[in-house]
Design a protein around this ligand. Sequence first.
Ligand code: NAP
Length: 289
Amino acid sequence: MKIILTGSTGFVGSRILYSLRSEGHDVICISSEILKGIITTERYFALSELIKGSKPEVIIHTAAISNTTYAQNHPEESYQANVELPIIMAKIAKENGSKLISCSSDQVYSGFVGLKGIAEDEELQPTNVYGKHKLYAEKQLTEVYPDAVSLRLTWMYDMPVYRTKTNENFVLSLYKSALLDRQMQFSLQDFRGLTYVRSVAENIVKTFALPGGVYNYGSENDQNMYLTACGFLEEMGLGEKIPELVKPIDSAKPRNLSMDCSKAKSFGINFEPTAEGIKKLISDYPGLF
Ligand SMILES: NC(=O)c1ccc[n+]([C@@H]2O[C@H](COP(=O)([O-])OP(=O)(O)OC[C@H]3O[C@@H](n4cnc5c(N)ncnc54)[C@H](OP(=O)(O)O)[C@@H]3O)[C@@H](O)[C@H]2O)c1
């Protein structure tokens, strides 16, 4: 299949690229330099021509400003990258009759404690600039190109891998702390799905058949962050050191971002729960843990 990929230098994009090429797909990457900043009319037409010339069946759009703190402090840049750019990709996808798969986030949810597994149309009150921009982009994509698919991703994890970018993540931070015998604190009232990024990449081909719309796309997790951390340490064989390495704390602001992924499941897209994903990661790195 002919596929255009943006954000291929990123945490998710680099793994999607590897996964798709391993499966024999013809993947063309669009350099982020072409996508960063204000997209003038000239730049729009250059990008449109570039994509038109490739005749992609699918465009996977992962390029974004993914750092929530950066987005909070640079709202205009975030708006360009996280709202204007996906809209441009949707217009170009529509012009070319290509399927568009675009990345959104669980940050679109309010996080107010309530429903344990939040469905796509519930609790949509983002509390930060990044979440607001992601939610607005989803709505715009549906208007501009109803066939576009927005995937709400959870926080993801992996270990550093040669030739791929690895963002700071839950598993890596805990692994580094355990190596240094440093204690980390985790909340008893913080609930969210954490997803092994390789599972995100492996499932991506199945998203090409999804009807247009918004989908929760990741691992479900009914454990709080403290218990999730304990589970990981157990799997690492460090169960006895749990009291030294992780401390449970009460949050001033309880949070629940855990998603109900039934909609994606109904289309055959299945993720292992977070605890199983962590086991999968450990088995993917023999000798490391
Ligand atoms: N990582 C997570 O846990 C997570 C969680 C939920 C949702 N998401 C979403 O998943 C998608 C992929 O995230 P990721 O973790 O792979 O992000 P990432 O590692 O930060 O990579 C971002 C990609 O976008 C490019 N980029 C950076 N700034 C840009 C800008 N202003 N305009 C256009 N492109 C820009 C980067 O290019 P350079 O390498 O050249 O800078 C890179 O290729 C994003 O939509 C993100 O919001 C990620």
